[in-house]
Write a protein of this length. Structure first.
Length: 417
DNA sequence: AACCAGAGCAACCGCCCTCTT
DNA sequence: GAAGAGGGCGGTTGCTCTGGT
């Protein structure tokens, strides 16, 4: 395809905009709207290409733009969303009212990236640069500090991912069934069972005996396995196949890697995800694949599933799902990368890898180190050994409240949440 | 006061996607 | 279905500002 740049016409001005040009553009758009950007410059009497006009408008002249220093909350939000979304600045900008993607991108590159680097956190992966900060041998104060910082960032990421999963679930719920969702994760030779249908409260994870199950949609899962050749096993109680998914979900299990922080989903998905083609159809780009409904459709198409209620399996590790679904306890049956990712992080918290925040049932009441235990021994995360101090809990709670409020207030058409 | 280096940011470039014909 | 137009997006560039010497 390809086409020539819109600015290659001779005589078109480039470079910084003058106040006069700004005024012309502003006046024209206020009176007529921008309409076709390509046609706009001539109509507005500007010697600029349409693209330049559009950029000037969207990044600078638009009346609903807030300029100036970023607040602490905005910074935190950017970091959180960057951990989740990577360099998808426009998506991030959707959650920062009145900020442009360009501004956020610049701010990230000039401030936040450096700050994270100074903290010993890789700004790309949002992980500590020296991995053994996780290790048991990190008795040094430096490592402890890193761990603390890292836990904060990881918590941020967890929150965002969980949010994403919730939204995905809400989409899918419109198309699904009433089958209870039950999910088991093998963790260090023990199964962790998540069964929202039997729990009304909190993230419930119980260790259970290993079972064998079968699953109609095994092929899809095998594809996942190929993509992520790590060890974890995911079982689905609704059927009887053992599903082996190397999904990054499992990274949390043994090597404590986590998904989205280490890898941007889009990049990973597009570059290495072997399930690029389902039934000869391309899976949606990750940009859109957050629209889980589309993924659901693709997977159904691939599996030839005619009955959504019985053929696929949903992973919903997010608290709102797991907490009482009331009569709506149906699992939507699709494997969502985001869901798995979030689950991995919940598991990560469950395993007590850091003083991690873990969701409780009330999304506005996130407690540090708390996790509901379905009577089976919730593991290290809930024993308080890795919890924050009380004041820090409050601080974190407050922080998350603000973030969640922000995300909740996100535009409905947001491509992310 | 002059010079230099680094930071900050507006704007450009080019790729990609979607929509229209 | 193919091709082109329009626009969005992320990466990069280069100018300006600021602080240090």
């Amino acid at each position: 395809m390809g086409r020539s740049p819109c600015c290659d016409k001779v005589g078109l001005k480039k470079g910084p905009w003058t106040p006069e040009e700004d005024q012309k553009l502003l006046s024209y758009i206020q009176e007529y709207g921008h309409g076709s950007w390509r046609a706009l410059p001539a109509k507005a009497g500007l010697q600029r290409c349409g693209k330049s006009c559009r950029l000037r408008w969207t990044n600078y002249l638009r009346p609903d733009i807030k300029r100036g220093k970023f607040s602490l909350q905005e910074e935190q939000t950017i970091i959180q969303l960057h951990a989740l979304l990577g360099n998808r600045w426009s998506a991030i900008a959707n959650h920062l009212p009145k900020r442009t993607d360009n501004e956020i991108k610049n701010y990230w590159n000039t401030h936040l990236k450096k700050r994270l680097t100074k903290m010993g956190i890789d700004p790309v992966t949002h992980k500590p640069k020296h991995h053994d900060a996780y290790g048991s041998g990190s008795g040094h104060a430096k490592d402890a500090a890193n761990l603390s910082h890292m836990a904060q960032w990881e918590s941020a990421r967890l929150e965002a991912e969980a949010r994403l999963v919730r939204e995905s679930k809400q989409l899918i719920m419109t198309t699904t069934n009433n089958h209870p969702l039950q999910l088991q994760l093998q963790h260090h030779h023990q199964l962790v069972n998540i069964n929202p249908s039997t729990q009304t409260h909190g993230v419930v994870m119980t260790k259970a005996a290993a079972t064998t199950s079968s699953l109609p949609c095994l092929d899809v899962l095998k594809a996942w396995q190929g993509a992520w050749s790590s060890k974890p096993i995911i079982r689905d109680n609704c059927s009887s196949n053992t599903i082996v998914s190397g999904m990054n979900m499992m990274m949390a299990m043994d090597d404590l890697e986590s998904p989205t922080s280490t890898l941007n989903f889009p990049a990973v998905y597009n570059a290495t995800y072997p399930m690029q083609s389902l039934n000869g159809k391309q899976l949606p780009q990750f940009k859109e694949e957050l629209d889980s409904t589309m993924v659901l459709q693709e997977i159904h198409a691939y599996n030839g599933c005619t009955d959504e209620s019985t053929t696929t399996n949903a992973w919903f590790a997010e608290d709102s799902l797991i907490r009482s679904n009331g009569g709506n306890d149906g699992s939507s049956n699709v494997i969502l990368p985001a869901a798995a990712a979030a689950l991995s992080n919940i598991m990560e918290g469950f395993c007590g890898t850091a003083d991690m925040l873990v969701y409780n049932s009330d999304e506005q009441n996130i407690a540090a180190g708390e996790i509901s235990d379905n009577g089976g021994g919730g593991g290290g995360g809930g024993d308080g050994s890795c919890g924050r101090s009380g004041s820090n809990v409050e601080e974190s709670r407050s922080y998350w409240d603000s973030i969640l409020n922000l995300v909740n207030a996100s535009p409905s058409g947001s491509p992310v949440f």
